[in-house]
Design a protein around this ligand. Structure first.
Ligand code: UFG
Length: 324
């Protein structure tokens, strides 16, 4: 297929682009490089520097795309609380103009990066797609708004769409001679920060809360390897049906605590991980674990890199390469 990937210079978008190229698709990456890196775009993909408002012109000039995979977004929960307008503009208004462009260009398929953040604090764990959607921050609300927009677009105009609701994405992959992984200017995620603390070059890792109702008192998350996550996107692309909006959770269905992650980082790096106790981070649910039944049963996604040590080891390989 001929595919457009928005945000293909970012962590997840670049890894999925690599998978698409390996599967024989022709890929054009559109990214404004606000948070992505041009050198992360895998060799073999065409790169166009533009934001989502530029996609309409691109599709008008070059008709014939079979689908869009839409990763471009702002994704920092704390920033979304402090500056919600950035999230409504970039994620909601940006995606609305992308949908306008798809409709005008008669692009039949869309795969969208949604988030577990749409569920907020869950009543039941594991979380199924039928769980109530009550986001606790503007980031999650913006992803939910886009899911709703896409649903109505599919019903009214025949778009075939799939939303993948990511849980905690981790790890890195070897792609076309290099490593692709998490490389954020503002890093807030647990695994990269714990690895940085282990090198002794970063600050000690703050553990945000030890008084949660969990076995060791720290938050529990469902980590999914970015390589498994990428494979789900190829399955989703094949599962898009005209006029339907399908929604799938994307997690492994297993929970690891913050202290489990610290232990995995210690094992993988062979170094101590300095930690400090810190207050709970606002908006953090105690436990986020996916029910991955629907994606397994309906499109046959079976993750095979589910070990926390493996995800941490790949992230470590990537991080040592980039900090050299
Ligand atoms: N944590 C720490 N110390 C840190 C960083 C994180 O203790 O320095 C803890 C957090 O409190 C949380 C867990 O580690 O309990 C995981 O935190 P991350 O920031 O790595 O990930 P989140 O679970 O907050 O967020 C992820 C995605 C978001 C998405 C969310 C869905 O990164 O984009 O899952 O709920 F919104």
């Amino acid at each position: 297929m001929r595919l457009l990937v928005t945000g293909g210079a970012g962590y997840i978008g670049s890894v999925v682009t690599g998978h698409l190229l390996d599967a024989g698709h022709r890929v054009t990456v559109v990214d404004d490089l606000s948070t992505g890196h041009a050198d992360a775009v895998p060799a073999g993909a065409e790169f166009v520097r533009a934001d989502l408002r530029g996609v309409g012109r691109l599709l008008a000039e070059r008709p014939g795309f079979d689908g869009v995979l839409h990763f471009a977004a702002r994704s920092l929960v704390a920033e979304s609380v402090a500056h919600p307008e950035r999230y409504w503009h970039a994620n909601v208004v940006g995606t609305l103009s992308l949908l306008d462009a798809l409709r005008a260009g008669a692009v039949p398929r869309l795969v969208f990066s949604s988030s577990a953040a749409v569920y907020g604090d869950p009543e039941e764990v594991p979380i199924a797609e039928s769980a109530p959607t009550r986001p606790t921050n503007p980031y999650g609300a913006s992803k939910l708004a886009v899911d709703l927009m896409i649903g109505s677009e599919a019903r009214a105009h025949g778009l075939g769409a799939v939303s993948l609701r990511y849980f905690n994405v981790a790890g890195a992959v070897r792609c076309r001679g290099g490593w692709l992984g998490e490389r954020h200017a503002t890093e807030t995620h647990l695994i990269p920060l714990a690895l940085r603390a282990a090198t002794g070059r970063g600050d000690p890792l703050p553990v945000y809360g030890r008084d949660y109702p969990t076995p060791d008192g720290t938050c529990v998350r469902d980590f999914v390897h970015v390589d498994d996550l990428a494979r789900a996107h190829l399955l989703a692309l094949g599962a898009a049906e005209p006029g339907e909006h399908r929604i799938f959770n994307l997690g492994n269905g297993a929970g690891f605590s913050v202290l489990d992650v610290v232990e995995a980082v210690r094992t993988v790096t062979g170094r101590p991980v300095p930690v400090t106790d810190a207050a709970r981070r606002p908006g953090d649910p105690a436990v986020l674990v996916a029910s991955a039944e629907r994606i397994r049963d309906q499109i046959g996604w079976i993750p095979d890199r589910t070990g926390l040590d493996e995800m941490v080891a790949d992230a470590w390989r990537f991080q040592t390469q980039w900090s050299r």
